[in-house]
Design a binder for this molecule. Structure first.
Ligand code: IMP
Length: 183
């Protein structure tokens, strides 16, 4: 698998070091607060596991899982339907952990969905951000790395459900993306 990707865009060591810094910052910011850390699956699973282990607070965890459903009608478009949280969030501080924020649409809609349940606060922590691709404004309280507007895989991120297990972040060969979308 490593032969396909060549040099990592972000190495495993750099990931670990940055995630440790994020954990330290989050631990300071939420000291003495009731914090629920919510992972957005599947993409955030690797980052989430690393992050919660460097947060030095008695947090609780939960997950949101998105599934694509075909819209009825002729548009052929699909909509993402999210599972419900199992923990109550009313009056609690929620930290939403995302793998990547690209256009910002997913993060923005998830924050809006959570806000309806009247939490004390909702903040977003994204491992990767692609600011050049942003279409809607989204307030990212914590960001691991900013990358150029290119397709990336590894460290939980997929291309057609593959490469999530790559232990570093790599740029996906645009030729590979093109071939796959044209097929
Ligand atoms: P959004 O455009 O910010 O709503 O991002 C939607 C979703 O697209 C993310 O949660 C990822 O699952 C996926 N995504 C966007 N860019 C990439 C990428 O470079 N690699 C893998 N997945 C991506």
């Amino acid at each position: 698998m490593d032969q396909i990707f060549g040099k990592p865009l972000v190495t495993q060591e750099a990931m670990r070091a940055r995630i440790k810094e994020l954990g330290k910052q989050i631990s300071q910011d939420y000291q003495g607060k009731d914090l629920l850390v919510v992972g957005v699956l599947k993409g955030a699973y690797v980052f989430f596991a690393d992050l919660v282990r460097v947060i030095r607070l008695p947090i609780q965890i939960d997950f949101l899982i998105g599934q694509n459903h075909k819209k009825t009608g002729t548009s052929g478009k699909s909509v993402k339907v999210w599972t419900e949280l199992t923990e109550k969030i009313e009056k609690r501080h929620v930290l939403l952990v995302e793998d990547i924020v690209d256009s910002g649409v997913t993060a923005q809609s998830l924050v809006a969905k959570l806000m309806k349940k009247k939490p004390a606060s909702v903040a977003v922590c994204a491992l990767i951000s692609k600011p050049a691709n942003r279409k809607v404004e989204v307030d990212l309280r914590y960001v691991g790395f900013e990358v150029p507007p290119t397709y990336v895989v590894g460290y939980g991120l997929d291309f057609k459900q593959k490469y999530r297990n790559l232990p570093y972040l790599a740029k996906l060969d645009p030729k590979l993306v093109r071939e796959d979308t044209e097929a």
